[in-house]
Design a protein around this ligand. Structure first.
Ligand SMILES: Nc1nc2c(c(=O)[nH]1)N[C@H]1C(S)=C(S)[C@@H](COP(=O)(O)OP(=O)(O)OC[C@H]3O[C@@H](n4cnc5c(=O)[nH]c(N)nc54)[C@H](O)[C@@H]3O)O[C@H]1N2
Ligand SMILES: Nc1nc2c(c(=O)[nH]1)N[C@H]1C(S)=C(S)[C@@H](COP(=O)(O)OP(=O)(O)OC[C@H]3O[C@@H](n4cnc5c(=O)[nH]c(N)nc54)[C@H](O)[C@@H]3O)O[C@H]1N2
Ligand code: SF4
Ligand SMILES: [Mo]
Length: 699
C-alpha cells in the first residue's frame, strides 16, 4: 500500500516542502508540497533525485578502512575507537594543530551535523580548521559581523514586497537562491514584476536569471566594487539619503567614496556611467528597494568590499529593516544565540599568515599547511561532508597533499576525489532516513516559517545517522579535561537532534515545540519579516558603524588595483551552476546528468574567432596554477573577454567509486583556480576573475 509522507528537500538552501510516496519501503514518487507556507509547492529536478540517493549502489552504508588491497568494512565501534586512537597518536607526536579539519557544505543542510558536529571539532582542539565558508559566503559574514555585531545576522532581500531588486553575482534561477532562502525564486521575481517592480541583474554572463530580469548589464569580473561604490557616490552627491538614527559614520563613507565616480567605474566595469547614475537614482527613489549580492561578488578579490557596499547601499537609502527592503528573519529557533558572534585574526595560518575568521582559516591555505614541513604541520585530516579536492582552489595540489598524510578520516557517503585518500570513511544515512529541522536556512528565509520533518524511511540497522557518528567519535575522543566538563560534553553528544531542536523551539521567540510543529500540515506560517532594529543589533552600542576600519583601510588597495593598475585585456575565468547539478556530488544520479552536456567552457564567439577556435573544439585553459582541457562552446551570453566553467566536474581520478559520475565528462575548474588569489581581508578565495589563456589543445 502506498503512503504519502511530508518532508522537505534539504539539498539546497531553498528547503522546499515535498510529498514523498512510499510503497513497500521504496520511494515511488516525489512532488512539491503546496501546504508548505514558504515553498508553496515549488521543487526543482534535484528533489526527485533524493530517491536516487536512497537507492544509490555507490553509496556506502558501513564504515570502510583502506588496506593494501582495497577497502574493507569494519564495525562502527571499532571504527570510532580506531579513528580516535590514530588522531590522538598524531597529536601526541606532533602537537594539537597537526590534525586538520575541513567542513563541507552539506553540514549546514543536516540538523544532526549542526547540533553534534561542532562538539567533535572542539574536541580535536586544533587551530587548523577549514571549511567551505572561505570559498563561499565569508565576505557576507565578515561584513555583517563588523556592522551588525554578529557573523550570521545577515539581512535578506524582502523579495515578496520589494519594488526594486538589484542583484549582483547571483543566478537564483539555477542555484535556487543562496544566503537568501526563497524557494520558487523565479515565481517570486515574476511577482515583483507583476506588482510593477523592477529586477536588475549585474553579471558577466547573461544568465537564466538575467534573461527574466527587466535589465541586465555585463560587468567585467572582479570590478563590482567600482560599480557599487559609484552608486553610493552618486546617491550621496544627490543628497537622496535616508539614514536611520542608529547609524554612524556616514561622513566617512561620503569622504572615502568621493573619487569613486560613475565615470571611473564605467571605464573598468563596462557599465555606462549614465546607466550607473540612473540605477543609483532609481534605487534611491524606489519606495522599497533591495540590493542583493551573492557568490560572484563574494569569491573575488574585493569580496569583502562588495558585501560591505551592498549593506551600505541598503542602509543609506533607508531600505535596511524596512518591509520590501533588506530585512532580518526571525526563526523559531534562534540560531544566532547558539553560535558565536564571530571574530577575526585571533590567529593566523602558519605558512602564509592568513587570518582566521570565526575560528576557521581560509581553505586556500590548506595544502600549504599540509605540505610545508615544520612545527604545526598538518599530518592528519578529518573531512566532514566536503570534497575540497574539487571545491577549493589549486585542487590538484591538495589532491597530492592529501596523499602525504599519516592519517585521514572522512565522514562522507561516497568514495570520491577527496575521500579516496582516506584511511577510514564513516558514511551517514541519506536525507530521507533522517529527521530534519532547518537550523541554518530559516535564519535566512524571506518569510518566517517553521517545520519539523520526521524521517520518511527507517534507517537500516547497520547504518548510522551523522549525529550518531559524531556521538560515537566524540565519546571516543573524550579522553582529557575536567570530569565536570567531560560529563557536560558527553550529555551534549547523547541528546538527540530532536531534543536539541525541541529545546530551541521552546525557548525561541514563538514558544513552539516539535510536537506543535508535527501537528501542523506542511509547517507553521509565522508571517512576513518584521522590522527589528536597533533592538536586535548585536553591537555593544546598539548602533551600526557604516565605516568599519578593516574595510575602509582596504579601499585604497581596490582603488589602485581597479583604476591605476595595468589594464588587463586577457581572458577572465568565472564559474557557473546548473539546475541539475549540485556542487561536486550527485553526478552519479543518471536522472540528473541526462540531457545535454553541461561541463563546457562558455566563450563569446568573437573571442573564439580571434583565437581561431571553433565551437565544440577541445581547448586548453591555463592559469598561473595549471592547465586543463575541456570542450569549448560558443555563447552569445558571455561578456567578451570572459569565459565560464562550472565547478564540481573532473571525476575521472583513480579510485573514485562513482558509477555514473566517471562517465560525466569535463575537468575540475579548481585545478586552475589559484590559491594565492585571495581577498586579503579574510582570505576568501578569488574563484571568479581568474586570468587565463585559452588555446587549441594539441592534437
Ligand atoms: N571554482 C569554484 N569553486 C567552488 C565554487 C564555485 O562557484 N566555483 N563554489 C564553492 C561553494 S559555494 C561551495 S559551498 C563549495 C562546496 O564545497 P564542498 O562542501 O567541499 O563540496 P561539495 O561538492 O558540496 O561536497 C559535498 C561532500 O559531502 C558529501 N555528502 C553529501 N551529503 C552528505 C551528508 O549528508 N553528510 C555527509 N557527511 N556528507 C555528505 C558528498 O559526498 C561530498 O563529498 O564549493 C566551492 N567551490
Ligand atoms: N543547482 C544548483 N544549485 C545550487 C548549487 C549547485 O551547485 N547547483 N550550489 C549551492 C551553493 S553551495 C551556493 S553557495 C549557491 C550559490 O548561489 P549563486 O550565488 O546564485 O550561484 P551561481 O550560480 O554560482 O551565481 C554566481 C553568479 O555570479 C556571476 N559572476 C561571476 N563573477 C562575477 C563577478 O565578478 N561579478 C558579478 N557581478 N557576477 C559574477 C556568475 O556568472 C554567476 O551567474 O548555490 C546553491 N545552489
Ligand atoms: S530548489 Fe530543488 S534542490 Fe533546492 S530544496 Fe528545492 S527541490 Fe531541493
Ligand atoms: Mo556554497
Amino acid at each position: 500500500m502506498a503512503t504519502v509522507r511530508r518532508t522537505s528537500c534539504n539539498l539546497c538552501e531553498a528547503i522546499c516542502g515535498v510529498l514523498v510516496t512510499v510503497e513497500a519501503g521504496r520511494v515511488t514518487d516525489i512532488r512539491g508540497d503546496e501546504a508548505d507556507p514558504l515553498s508553496r509547492g515549488h521543487i526543482c529536478p534535484k528533489a526527485v533525485a533524493l530517491r536516487d540517493l536512497q537507492e544509490d549502489p555507490d553509496r556506502l552504508t558501513q564504515p570502510v578502512r583502506r588496506t593494501a588491497t582495497g577497502w574493507e568494512e569494519l564495525g562502527w565501534d571499532e571504527a570510532y575507537a580506531y579513528v580516535a586512537t590514530r588522531l590522538r597518536a598524531v597529536q601526541k607526536d606532533h602537537g594539537r594543530n597537526s590534525v586538520g579539519v575541513y567542513l563541507g557544505n552539506p553540514n549546514v543542510h543536516s540538523v544532526g551535523a549542526m547540533t553534534h558536529m561542532p562538539t567533535v571539532v572542539r574536541l580535536l582542539k586544533t587551530r587548523n580548521r577549514f571549511s567551505a565558508t572561505s570559498v563561499d559566503q565569508l565576505p557576507h559574514m565578515l561584513a555583517v559581523h563588523l556592522m551588525y555585531g554578529h557573523q550570521l545576522m545577515v539581512p535578506v532581500a524582502d523579495i515578496d514586497r520589494t519594488s526594486y531588486l538589484l542583484m549582483l553575482g547571483a543566478n537564483p534561477l539555477a542555484s535556487n537562491g543562496s544566503m537568501m532562502t526563497a524557494p520558487g525564486f523565479g515565481r517570486r521575481l515574476k511577482e515583483v514584476q507583476k506588482r510593477g517592480g523592477r529586477v536588475v541583474v549585474i553579471d558577466p554572463r547573461r544568465t537564466e536569471t538575467a534573461a527574466v530580469a527587466d535589465e541586465h548589464h555585463f560587468v567585467r569580473p572582479g570590478t563590482d566594487a567600482a560599480f557599487l561604490l559609484a552608486l553610493i557616490h552618486q546617491i550621496l552627491r544627490d543628497g537622496t539619503t535616508a539614514v536611520a538614527s542608529y547609524v554612524d559614520s556616514l561622513s566617512v563613507v561620503d569622504e572615502v567614496t568621493r573619487d569613486w565616480t560613475p565615470e571611473r567605474a564605467a571605464a573598468v566595469t563596462g557599465i555606462a556611467a549614465d546607466d550607473i547614475r540612473r540605477i543609483a537614482r532609481e534605487f534611491a527613489a524606489a519606495d522599497k528597494a533591495a540590493c542583493y549580492g551573492r557568490l560572484g561578488v563574494s569569491t573575488q578579490q574585493f569580496g569583502a568590499i562588495c558585501q560591505w557596499a551592498v549593506q551600505v547601499l541598503n542602509i543609506i537609502t533607508g531600505n535596511l529593516d524596512r518591509p520590501g527592503g533588506s530585512m532580518f528573519p526571525r526563526p523559531a529557533v534562534d540560531t544566532l544565540r547558539g553560535i558565536g558572534k564571530g571574530h577575526i585574526g585571533a590567529w593566523t595560518s602558519r605558512v602564509r599568515s592568513l587570518p582566521e575568521f570565526g575560528g576557521e582559516l581560509p581553505a586556500s591555505a590548506m595544502a600549504d599547511e599540509i605540505l610545508t614541513p615544520g612545527d604545526g604541520q598538518i599530518r592528519a585530516m578529518v573531512t566532514i561532508a566536503g570534497n575540497p579536492v574539487l571545491s577549493t582552489p589549486n585542487g590538484r595540489r591538495l589532491d597530492e597533499a592529501l596523499e602525504t598524510l599519516d592519517f585521514m578520516v572522512c565522514v562522507d557517503p561516497y568514495i570520491n576525489e577527496t575521500t579516496r585518500h582516506a584511511d577510514v570513511i564513516l558514511p551517514p544515512t541519506p536525507p530521507l532516513e533522517r529527521d530534519h529541522y532547518d537550523l541554518a536556512f530559516h535564519q535566512l528565509a524571506v518569510r518566517n516559517t517553521a517545520r519539523w520533518n520526521d524521517a520518511v524511511l527507517p534507517r537500516p540497522s547497520e547504518s548510522r545517522h551523522d549525529w550518531e557518528i559524531f556521538r560515537g567519535l566524540g565519546l571516543a575522543l573524550l579522553d582529557s579535561g575536567r570530569l565536570r566538563q567531560r560529563a557536560i560534553t558527553s550529555l551534549r553528544l547523547r541528546l538527540s537532534p530532536r531534543r536539541v531542536v525541541d529545546l530551541g523551539l521552546r525557548i525561541g521567540p514563538y514558544r513552539l515545540s516539535v510536537r506543535k510543529l508535527r501537528k501542523s500540515v506542511g509547517g507553521v506560517d509565522l508571517g512576513p519579516l518584521q522590522p527589528a532594529l536597533p533592538g536586535r543589533l548585536y553591537t555593544k552600542t546598539k548602533r551600526i558603524d557604516l565605516a568599519p576600519a578593516m574595510i575602509i583601510d582596504d579601499l585604497p588597495r581596490a582603488f589602485s588595483a581597479l583604476f591605476t593598475g595595468p589594464a588587463d585585456d586577457g581572458l577572465l575565468l568565472i564559474g557557473r551552476r546548473h539546475l541539475r547539478s549540485n556542487n561536486s556530488w550527485m553526478h552519479n544520479s543518471a536522472r540528473l546528468v541526462k540531457g545535454k552536456p553541461r561541463h563546457q567552457l562558455l566563450m563569446n564567439p568573437d573571442d573564439l574567432r580571434s583565437r581561431d577556435l571553433t565551437d565544440g573544439q577541445l581547448v586548453e585553459i591555463s592559469s598561473a596554477a595549471g592547465t586543463i582541457s575541456v570542450e569549448v562552446a560558443s555563447s552569445n551570453d558571455m561578456m567578451p573577454g570572459v569565459v565560464s566553467l562550472p565547478h564540481g566536474f573532473g571525476h575521472g581520478r583513480p579510485g573514485v567509486r562513482l558509477s555514473v559520475a566517471s562517465q560525466v565528462a569535463g575537468a575540475s575548474i579548481n585545478d586552475i583556480t589559484d590559491s594565492t588569489l585571495t581577498d586579503p581581508i579574510a582570505g576568501t578565495a578569488a574563484l571568479n576573475g581568474v586570468p587565463v589563456k585559452v588555446t587549441a589543445a594539441p592534437a
